[in-house]
Write a protein that binds this ligand. Structure first.
Ligand SMILES: *Cc1c(COP(=O)(O)O)cnc(C)c1O
Length: 391
């Protein structure tokens, strides 16, 4: 909340930089560079630049700044830095503050590219990594050490929707003076404020709910003013992962409807999950808003709603899963999620194909598991489509 306004108000107004023309809708400042009145002004800007003094689009841009300020107001963060994709955000949040000899602890259930950075890239630079089962607090306690500098987790895991207790993990991480980075993509900034729960840094793929309409890649890192405009800002400026002004404009307009879209999609997801529970063709329906979810109490405490993704385990394994997927009419087959259009994914053969059988088993990714991302269609039509395909 900034200026005492509530999130929906800030999502429409926060960060607006209106030009001398008084435009209603935010402008796209599609410019790489900026000109100065005179040589003295150029010199002064390189010595010190305020939030509206721009130098070069790799460092910042007015449209990008509108997006950064607006999302920061929603998250309750002091500052934000927008990135070219969610992975540019994750990469920067880690690499900008790690050095050879550091120790990192991460929850093992990670988005494929996050896993690649942490499991493969970090050790190449002399960073030691320990993986834990994110929902097991004893494993976090056993893994952190005096030389642990960073801990990383996805607040809700993909695709099995396990919910990690952010406040409890933050306490363990802070006890050894390490920092906690939370990738909050699956939960969304609408339903959970991770900084308030104790996280030091939050990252998003804006490609998901924030765009929410399948158009642009984008990402953002949120945290303290000191971190965002210090270590993180310097890393971003000089390594080139900045968000393009055009994509920032799409994202800033998307933020206006983010709250409404997430709530509508989450309401539909809950109704559909409830209707599917106990269906004879399904071995399991996983959704954090269902009382049957193993972390239902934690999810209800930590998240305002259960999210927009449901995991279904088809009793008949891969054959049944493929038959179900192919039988859907409205729901589209894709590996993306959090779109206005509902999407179905078979993780074992697509997003998580690279993993070994043992890794998939330890993450609960069975051959019958499908990930269903609920969109903005009428929930009755979606449920009919799903029921028909199950039949
Ligand atoms: C999609 C996703 C990312 C990466 O985002 P991109 O915008 O595709 O680079 C990172 N983490 C999670 C949890 C995601 O779902």
């Amino acid at each position: 909340m900034i200026n005492g306004y509530k999130p929906r108000t800030n999502l429409v107004h926060a960060g607006t930089r209106r030009s001398q023309y008084g435009e209603m809708s935010e402008a796209i400042f599609l410019t790489q560079g900026f000109v100065y009145e005179n040589a003295e002004a150029a010199e002064a800007r390189f010595i010190e630049s305020g939030p509206d003094d721009f130098i070069y689009a790799r460092y910042g841009n007015p449209t990008v700044a509108m997006f950064e300020d607006r999302i920061a107001s929603l998250e309750g963060a002091e500052a934000a830095f927008a990135t070219a994709s969610g992975m540019a955000a994750v990469n920067a949040a880690l690499f900008c503050q790690l050095k050879s000899g550091d120790h990192v602890v991460a929850a093992k259930a990670l988005f494929g590219s996050c896993l690649y950075i942490i499991e493969t890239l970090l050790p190449q630079f002399g960073v030691e990594v320990t993986f834990v089962d994110g929902i097991d607090l004893d494993q976090w306690r056993a893994a952190v050490r005096a030389d642990t500098t960073l801990c990383f987790l996805e607040a809700m895991s993909n695709p099995t929707l396990e919910v990690i207790d952010i406040a409890a993990v933050a306490e363990i991480v802070h006890a050894v003076d390490a920092q906690l980075i939370v990738d909050n993509v699956f939960v969304t900034p609408v339903f959970q404020r991770s900084l308030k729960l104790g996280a030091d840094v939050v990252v998003y793929s804006a490609t998901k709910h924030i765009d929410g309409q399948g158009r642009c890649l984008g990402g953002v890192v949120l945290g303290t003013e000191e971190f965002i405009h210090g270590a993180l800002g310097n890393y971003m400026k000089h390594t080139g992962g900045a968000l393009s002004p055009f994509n920032a404009w799409v994202m800033v307009k998307s933020l206006e409807t983010l709250d409404l879209r997430c709530r509508a999609q989450a309401d539909s997801a809950l109704a559909i999950a409830k209707a599917l529970e106990g269906h004879p063709k399904l071995a399991n329906v996983i959704f954090p808003g269902l009382k049957s979810h193993p972390q239902y109490a934690l999810a209800s405490r930590q998240m305002e709603q259960g999210g927009t993704v449901i995991a279904l385990d088809l009793a008949g394994g891969k054959e049944a899963a493929f038959k179900f997927i192919n039988g859907l009419d409205i729901v589209l087959i894709s590996n993306n999620l959090a779109d206005a259009k509902s999407i179905i994914t078979h993780p074992a053969t697509t997003t998580h194909q690279r993993l070994t059988d043992e890794q998939r088993e330890s993450l609960g990714i069975s051959d019958g598991l499908v990930r269903l991302s609920i969109g903005l269609e009428d929930p009755d039509d979606l449920l009919n489509d799903i029921m028909t395909a199950l039949r």
